[in-house]
Design a protein around this ligand. Structure first.
Ligand SMILES: NC(=O)c1ccc[n+]([C@@H]2O[C@H](COP(=O)([O-])OP(=O)(O)OC[C@H]3O[C@@H](n4cnc5c(N)ncnc54)[C@H](O)[C@@H]3O)[C@@H](O)[C@H]2O)c1
Length: 361
């Protein structure tokens, strides 16, 4: 039997993800103290009311200096993770930060270096790992059921409602850096830490995001070669029209081995809701549809006061790990840095048309 302990939690960022995380934490039996924070005091106060948090504010230092806070979740926009993660790591507290770790190597390396120096367990929330289909699939691959992994294909699409919501939050959070990154993380998790991406090839094209003022491709198609010779194709398209019925990520994930194949259909077309009343996308409110793929909301869904799906499973797993010592398969900071290097190489390969070596962190 594992021993249980209660913890105090600080949630930095009270936006969409911070709200999910704080609500889940408030319902977790191991969390006895909750402090929420946001640069917007109004957002922090709103979340504190929703979760009946013990404290809230707009000052990061107050979270770090709070002796009742034992662990920190950083749910901030992609380009603002560094200060909060470095401060939390320097204070010796375990950290879970939203993906991607950063949008450039300097910031990502700084966070991992600080965590390593302080002996802190830094985890990065690549939530797709927490869907049953990817977890079970990986277990079969690791047990050798498809033989030696030779390569595969992974693609993800969504509507421009999602893409624009992300770009408006962080202008450099392109579909490659912000979304394809999940698939690069999944492949890295499948092939194991000893096998790393070494070279990127890519092409991209776009008109829709540019019409909206963002110099970003709508469609990118990339190939990563790994250190064991395996080759994976990665494709992303985040500009489907607003009326298209996905409200999050629709994914295909396929791994081929010398003795078999793993084919995962994560398009969400098996669960459809039609309503004359209109359904508003919880993440990108601009999108209102009558027919939609129920279950396509990336983070997961709330129903009757409970959250289901990958972010719920992920948050509970991390909190269980901290409070009861149970296993935790969240990406480590070091794994996330390898993923960051690979996505940056894909961006450069797409921009230059050249083969690009993936930086070794
Ligand atoms: N795992 C998933 O399924 C998933 C889904 C969506 C987003 N994400 C990731 O979560 C992160 C946050 O995304 P989001 O949708 O919650 O964004 P959001 O814009 O809804 O929330 C971000 C919050 O951070 C606050 N903020 C901004 N700068 C700050 C600062 N310096 N200090 C304190 N507060 C600050 C904003 O006021 C806002 O309330 C991103 O890294 C994103 O990629 C993950």
């Amino acid at each position: 039997m594992s021993s249980h302990r209660s913890i105090g939690l600080g949630v930095v960022g009270s936006g969409r993800m911070g709200t999910h995380r704080a609500r889940l934490a408030a319902a977790h039996p191991g969390v006895e103290y909750l402090r929420v924070m946001d640069i917007s005091l109004e957002a922090a106060e709103r979340l504190a009311k929703t979760t009946e948090a013990d404290a809230f504010g707009d000052d990061l230092a107050a979270v770090i200096d709070d002796p009742r806070v034992d662990a920190v979740i950083v749910s901030l926009p992609e380009d603002t993770h560094v200060d909060a993660v470095v401060a939390a790591c320097a204070s010796g507290r375990p950290v879970m930060v939203e993906k991607p770790l950063a949008l450039e190597m300097a910031g990502g390396s700084k966070m991992v270096a600080e965590a390593t120096a302080a002996g802190v367990d830094l985890r990065v929330a690549y939530s797709a790992r927490f869907l049953q289909k990817y977890f079970v699939g990986r277990d079969h691959v690791h047990r050798g059921q498809i033989g030696q992994v030779v390569g595969g294909w992974a693609r993800v699409y969504s509507t421009r409602a999602q893409g624009l919501a992300i770009l408006r939050r962080s202008v450099h959070a392109t579909p490659v850096m912000d979304v394809l990154t999940y698939l690069v993380d999944l492949v890295g998790w499948y092939v194991g830490e000893d096998v790393v991406p070494v070279e990127a090839l890519a092409r991209g094209h776009g008109v829709v995001f540019r019409e909206h003022g963002f110099d970003v491709d709508d469609v990118t198609s990339a190939t990563l070669t790994y250190s064991d010779g395996s080759v994976f194709g990665f494709d992303v398209c985040y500009m489907l029209p607003m009326g298209f019925p996905t409200t999050g990520q629709s994914i295909r994930f396929e791994v081929f081995g010398s003795e078999g194949a793993l084919l995962i259909d994560d398009d969400h077309r098996e669960q459809i809701l039609y309503t004359e009343q209109g359904h508003q996308n919880a993440y990108a409110g601009e999108q209102e549809v009558n027919l939609y793929f129920l279950g396509s909301q990336s983070a997961g869904e709330w129903a009757d006061g409970r959250m289901f799906g990958r972010v719920a499973e992920e948050t509970r797993t991390w909190l269980d790990y901290l409070t009861a010592g149970t296993p935790c398969h969240l990406s480590t900071g070091k794994e996330a840095l390898v993923t960051l290097a690979a996505t940056l190489a894909i961006e450069e390969a797409s921009r230059t048309g050249e083969a690009v070596s993936v930086e070794r962190p």
